[in-house]
Design a protein around this ligand. Sequence first.
Ligand code: ZN
Length: 244
Amino acid sequence: MGEVIRVTVWNEGRHEKTMEECKAVYPDGMHTVIAGFLSAEPDIEAGTATLDEPDHGLTDDVLAATDVLTWWGHMAHHEVRDEIVDKVHARILDGMGLLCFHSAHYSKIFRKLVGASASLRWREVGEKERLWVVQPGHPIVQGVGDYIELPHTEMYGEFFDVPQPDNLIFVSWFAGGEVFRSGLCYYRGRGKVFYFRPGHETFPIFKNPQIQRVIINAVRWAAAPGSEAALGAGNVVPLEKLET
Ligand code: ZN
C-alpha cells in the first residue's frame, strides 16, 4: 500500500465518563481501543479526538491531516457544532473517508450526508446478532467469513430511514426476529462513507477480532478517494464539432 493511512478516531466520550457499565468495558474510552487496534497495522497511524476538546478535536489542521475519520456518538449529537460538521462534510466531499459506527446513525454528519432522518427501531436486552455478509467480493469483508456472530448486542431494526446504499455489505439477523441493513457504503463527492451498525457502549464489540477486521478493511477502502479528474465540474467545450 505504500503510504501510511492517517486515521482520526472521533468519540463523543460521554458514556465512558458517566455510565458505570460503559466505563467497565472501556475504562480509557472506546476511541483508545479503536485507535489501538488500528495503529497495530503497519500501514495505519491512528490518533483520537473527542467532543469535549476545543473544536471537538477536529481543528482545520487535524482534518487536513486525516485520510479517514471514524465517528461514534450517542447522547450528545446536538452538542457537535454545526460549523465543525460543515468542515467535516466539506473534507468528505474532497476525499476524506468516513466510518460511522452504531448510534452515529443519528449524528449530524451522517444525516447531512444521507439527507434523511436515519431513524430506526431498537431494543436493549442483550440479544444475539448475526451479521451476514451479502457482498462477499467487497474489500470490507475480506477475511471475515460467512457471518459475524455477536452473543450480546443492542438490536436495531428496520425500517432504517436512509437512501438505498451504493453497496449493501451486511444484513443482520436478531434473535428477537428483526433484520437490519447493518453495513452500508455511500459515495459522496470524492469521499467514501461506511455505516457499520455494531458498537453499543456496554458490550465489548470493538474488542471482537472480526469487528476489528471489518473496521481495518473499511479504513483501507475509505482511504482511497474518488478521482478528482472524473469529478471535474465547470463549463466545458464540446469534444466533437457541433452544428449550431
Ligand atoms: Zn447503543
